[in-house]
Design a protein around this ligand. Structure first.
Ligand SMILES: Nc1ncnc2c1ncn2[C@@H]1O[C@H](COP(=O)(O)OP(=O)(O)OP(=O)(O)O)[C@@H](O)[C@H]1O
Length: 230
């Protein structure tokens, strides 16, 4: 589903952001991507959306390769990736349901299908009763749920979440993560960049990959294999 092979990313002024990163995420996995500020988590997320290309190595996402993709194919790839950000990025002048509907309008979903689909998505994230509320009328946790509904609107194959609980208090963070667990249990592949080590420690059942200064320094999946062969 996601495959980074010996990926390097250099930025002209700040130098090497990723150094020889190899990482495979299989279909249906939920993986925490951790590491200090500046470790390269957001860079990985941007490369997966092919918003940027690697300086070396290859990024593959659901059949698309950074080595082969053409500019005009990028919208096709993006449709297969749902993205959730720390700061929600909702349209303030649109209600919860209009925010979700917008994601369907821009991909050309037929109008009669949009209403029922929005309703289903808002129900899935537990917010059907707030469909007519504007973002300013919602709590942080509720806003993030709308953002998750929007990310799922076009039935992506992968969900990328960059610090999705970073702006939430502990309870709201737990609630949003529970939603991720439910979505993952239904088969969605999720890569979640997070600083929240308490959340990571509370869920040892999920794989953890740690970046430090642009390199993978720990992968619980690899650690499990090594422990098994020792
Ligand atoms: N657009 C850019 N131009 C130049 N350098 C960049 C750019 N984006 C990231 N970098 C550099 O790449 C390195 C990794 O940054 P990145 O944002 O991926 O880290 P991060 O782990 O997501 O950090 P944080 O947790 O603070 O978001 C940093 O040294 C940063 O300065």
């Amino acid at each position: 589903m996601i495959r980074l092979t010996s990926v390097y990313k250099e930025y002209p002024r700040s130098g090497t952001a990723l150094r020889d990163v190899t990482l495979n995420v299989g279909k249906g996995e939920l993986v925490f991507l951790t590491g200090h500020s500046g470790a390269g988590k957001s860079t990985v997320m941007r490369l997966l959306q092919m918003a940027e290309l690697p300086s070396g190595g290859e990024v593959r996402v659901s059949g698309f390769s950074s080595k082969l993709i053409r500019r005009r194919e990028i919208p096709q790839l993006r449709r297969k990736i749902g993205v959730v950000f720390q700061d929600f990025r909702l349209l303030r002048d649109r209600t919860a349901e209009e925010n979700v509907a917008f994601a369907l309008e821009v991909t050309g979903t037929k109008r009669p299908l949009i209403g029922p689909r929005v309703n289903k998505l808002l129900t899935q994230v537990g917010l059907a009763h707030k469909a007519r509320a504007y973002p300013d009328e919602l709590s942080g946790g509720e806003r993030q749920r709308v953002a998750v509904a929007r990310a799922l609107a076009n039935e992506p194959l992968v969900l990328l979440a960059d610090e999705p609980t970073g702006n939430l208090d502990e309870w709201a963070a737990k609630g949003v993560f529970e939603l991720f667990r439910e979505i993952n249990a239904m088969g969605m592949t999720i890569l979640m960049a997070t600083h929240d080590l308490d959340l990571v420690r509370a869920h040892p059942e999920y794989r953890v990959v740690e970046l430090s200064q642009g390199s993978v320094v720990y992968d619980s999946a690899a650690a499990a294999v090594e422990a098994g062969s020792a």
